[in-house]
Design a protein around this ligand. Structure first.
Ligand code: NCD
Length: 459
């Protein structure tokens, strides 16, 4: 995302495939200078690529790997760090908004890494910061730099993403790491096997985006359940559009793909994102992985693990999660380097994967439709004066208007549209959207806002 000429990484989709590859090329060099984690006897060398620059880490949620690897990365680049990792000791305890905080911290640093419990916090921060914001995890929304580490790991394991069979397991709803990861997998052409814990399927809007924006197709269950009953949904990304038509029939490629799992990505139950405890969480151990389809599987986990991944697997050659965590430093060195370079950095590399062209609906915070995701940053009382009801208008939806929140990217539907000047409402979809349009979730919301039902008046 680019605002006022500053490049931010709030989502994995803020980077093009080519840019991701560029980050990896630079990371390869840094990894060489650090020493491969497998041969740790090498003494790491530091560089001066970020000499004189300051990274600020603003962490409103607990973190070990993300914060420390970012800080280590900046120090290895010859830069310096300032940290606010405990909300109780920063001005948020006095009631300061995130928007004001990043405005101020922009003057103290050249780049900011932010972690926050609210979905969409990174996008809000990007609207107010004057230096690049890197999203270090915002609620259940995304964790793009974890995905960079995950994909870099697969690359180092010589696993080509195109047609790779990747199973993702556990809390697919609450895990922000999963959301960024599946977008990247789809964009690089991997096949994704969803293995959610019970009741923890992918959020609706993530599933929609995989299909609508990244051309994923669902393989009918009968085509894979014989070999892979545990897979809840199988998404494939066709190389060529004409292959789409093959998928509903029994496709020899699909038969091949369902038999082998190249990568198994495990996640913990995100207890901080759920109101109640859940039972029945899958536990991955050598017994689970003994089937032939897992013989060459790389097992990944963003960590921390809290019981869902057996420690006995640590000495198994398929376990790559500690290597995956170690790549956090070279990958983040590369990202910081490319985002803070004056020339030849990411700012000049913007090849525009970006958002598909869509209309923006933008109304004040107290006018009309609000984001229906309760954990969205727009519902944070501290940010009330800094957020607006901003949505991308999505096509489709027949008699409803589909809206995607620009902060948390969750989808909402408006069934009524009002005309602000006349204070009248009608069914959404009846008329074109203009600057005068105000959307409402339903009739009750429109009436509560003082709008009259135009359809009744005419009747
Ligand atoms: C992840 C996170 O914070 O989302 N941790 C990390 O950064 N490696 C995963 C998790 O907490 O489960």
């Amino acid at each position: 995302m680019t605002s006022s000429g500053v490049r931010h990484v709030t989502s994995i989709n803020d980077l093009t495939n080519r840019e991701i590859e560029r980050v990896f090329e630079v990371a390869d060099n840094y990894l060489d200078s650090l020493g491969d984690p497998v041969h740790k006897h090498r003494i790491a060398e530091s560089t001066n690529a970020a000499s004189g620059r300051i990274l600020a880490s603003l962490f409103y949620e607990p973190s070990t790997r993300t914060r420390l690897s970012f800080e280590s990365a900046m120090l290895r680049l010859g830069g310096q760090i300032v940290t606010s990792a405990d909300p109780a000791t920063s001005s948020v305890a006095k009631g300061e908004s995130l928007a004001d905080t990043v405005r101020v911290v922009s003057n103290y640093s050249d780049i900011i890494v932010l972690r926050h419990p609210r979905d969409g916090a990174a996008r809000l921060a990007a609207e107010y910061a004057t230096v690049p914001i890197i999203n270090g995890g915002d609620g259940a929304h995304e964790h793009p730099t974890q995905t960079l580490c995950d994909i870099f790991t697969l690359r180092r394991e010589n696993k080509k993403l195109r047609d790779l069979n990747v199973a993702v397991s556990g809390d697919l709803r609450g895990s922000r790491t999963i959301h960024s990861f599946v977008y990247a997998l789809a964009r690089f052409g991997a096949n994704i096997m969803m293995m959610p814990a019970k009741g923890m399927e992918l959020p609706h809007h993530v599933d929609q985006r995989l299909r609508e924006e990244f051309n994923c197709r669902m393989v009918p269950r009968e085509q894979y359940e014989h070999e892979n009953a545990a897979v809840d949904a199988l998404y494939v990304t066709p190389e060529e559009p004409h292959q789409l038509s093959l998928i509903p029939n029994v496709d020899p490629e699909v038969v091949k793909l369902r038999k082998k799992v190249d990568v198994f990505y495990v996640t913990r139950f995100q207890k901080e994102r759920w109101a109640e405890a859940k039972g029945d969480y899958p536990k991955i151990d050598s017994k689970f992985l003994k089937e032939p389809k897992y013989a060459d599987t790389s097992v990944l986990h963003p960590l921390p693990r809290v019981g869902e991944l057996d420690t006995a697997l640590d000495s198994d050659s398929r376990a790559v999660y500690f290597r995956q965590a170690s790549y956090g430093v070279p990958v983040r060195m590369a990202l910081i380097d490319l985002l803070t370079r004056r020339a030849d950095g990411l700012a000049r590399y913007d090849t525009g994967f970006g958002e598909p062209p869509r209309a923006l609906y933008d109304r004040p915070n107290d006018v009309g439709m609000r984001c229906t995701n309760d954990n969205c940053i727009v519902h944070d009382p501290l940010e009330k004066h800094y957020t607006r009801n901003k949505f991308w208008l999505l096509p489709g939806g027949a008699d409803k208007q589909r809206l995607r929140c620009i902060y948390c990217e969750a989808d909402s539907e408006a069934s009524m549209a009002g005309q602000a000047k006349k204070h009248e409402f009608h069914a959404a979809g009846d008329e074109e959207v203009t600057d005068d349009t105000v959307f409402f979730r339903d009739e009750n919301d429109a009436r509560a806002a003082g709008y009259r039902d135009r359809r009744k008046k005419r009747a």
